[in-house]
Design a protein around this ligand. Sequence first.
Ligand code: ATP
Ligand code: MG
Length: 564
Amino acid sequence: MAQVQRMSRLMVKTLRDDPADAETLSHKLLVRAGYVRRNSAGIWTWLPLGKKVLDNVSRVVREEMDAIGAQEVLLPALLPKEPYEASARWEEYGDLLFRLKDRKGAEYLLGPTHEEIFTLVVKDQVSSYKDLPVMLYQIQTKYRDEARPRSGVLRGREFQMKDSYSFDTTDEGLAESYRLHRQAYQKIFARLGLDYRIVSAVSGAMGGSASEEFLAPAAAGEDTFVDCPNCDYAANTEAVTFALKAVEGAEHPAVEELDTPDTPTIETLAEHLGVPASATLKNLLVKVDGEIVAVGVPGDREVDLGKLGEHLAPAEVELVTAEDFEGREDLVRGYVGPQGLEKVRYIADPRVAPGTSWITGANKEGKHARNVVAGRDFEVDDYLDVVVVQEGDPCPKCGTGLKLDRAIEIGHIFQLGRKYADTFQLDVLGQNGKPVRVTMGSYGIGVSRAVAALAEQSADEQGLCWSKEVAPADVHVVAAGKALQTELALEVSEKLNAAGVRVLVDDRAGVSPGVKFTDAELIGVPQILVAGRRSGERVLELKDRRTGEREELTVDEAIARLTA
Ligand code: ATP
Ligand code: MG
């Protein structure tokens, strides 16, 4: 049977002051409340209370993964370099990888994520379509040499992740495995008590098709996302798209050239003409696989090179340099306009829709042109949403002005497809006796990060405030100090424990009631039961940590309430 946890014996040392190096709320509180201790940059020890919370998160994750039929395994964290060389991630990860050598000089890494190794495990274990689909997961320590491990356990260099991988023979099968994971994640985060949004993500280096992130809104978050205040739309800033809508019916005067000396930038031009930057059309020149391409966006918007890169991948996008203008009389730096660009591919933002009229470069030094109309004076080769999203941009779903918020990425689900199966030739024998290439999904949850995210979202001025599923105890019994009070506190604690309630009791001698109350608030167990003033009458006070509501109860009432 579980034991009552006694503060007099528990290794927990609370601190009154925030640690000097702490920047985020969760970092400050988890250290102050004695849950974690820093060993070195991004490397943490989980003390008894912290270990309990971490284990509770793991338990919830495990239960929901088991519920969708995923099988738990445990792979090594110390890995040979060859599989990561085969997938090219040994190179691609760059400084993020912890690399090491064994005594014979063979190279290894500490696993940052395990797609390669899981692919090899399945290749070794599975040979027929009859063995699929299969979903495997582990809860394991991961290693990434993060550039700025500053936010406590939110971004560790050593951290706990639940990573799972699905293996299917068909695209429909993969879609189903993905759907199951998505559902399991929704259950997990709801049970943990996290407020979260699911946003479509850009899959980037992982090279997949469908990919979504689970974001927990919090000021300490390092991700920015857009959130619609009106409907359920939420998205990664890079994934927001603006619908292309042609403007019809407007009559525009003919193009007119303007003398605009010394106005090579949008700011100088807008000021010279006395127009808002949004009336101008900015044309950024980039090189796409070495070829110069112009990108047109409204003058008040910035081109998001990440978005542009995603659209044009696998082509490489670079900025132009002075040398690229040599021998190109058609390109007048600072005065480029799409109406004169015959030999250049023109990409434009959907805001530059057919029928919109612009002030833009006249392709002559010191000159601009006005009434330059998309579709009349120039053609757009490709419409791509490439601008940095701004607060107030219309929601793609309902048109309401979007909000930009900060969030913590707590989970990520990917339809990887056949990328790793191709690398390692992961085939199984198909129904017709021919080999079938397997298709994969990969799915992660930041288990240790979730602890910090929960702390961020639920804390108040007094300290941490856990949900029931993750709290290190169900009730924090406080013995105010006198012998009689301690006796009662211990008696009630034992009774509660016998009834299956997880109890932390503050039975410390020589600690003032004030300090004990402050510590109870800081530690954040959801219910606080105080054996105080009326202990002689066997009456205790039950306080809800979150609402602060108090109630006086007899011993029996308190036990009935807490075991309900
Ligand atoms: P981030 O963008 O925050 O660096 P990521 O996209 O690189 O994260 P994934 O490779 O998708 O992370 O890893 C799966 C999950 O592991 C993430 O959703 C996150 O919750 C968690 N995670 C990633 N890096 C860390 C870290 N350094 N410390 C703690 N948790 C992490
Ligand atoms: Mg991610």
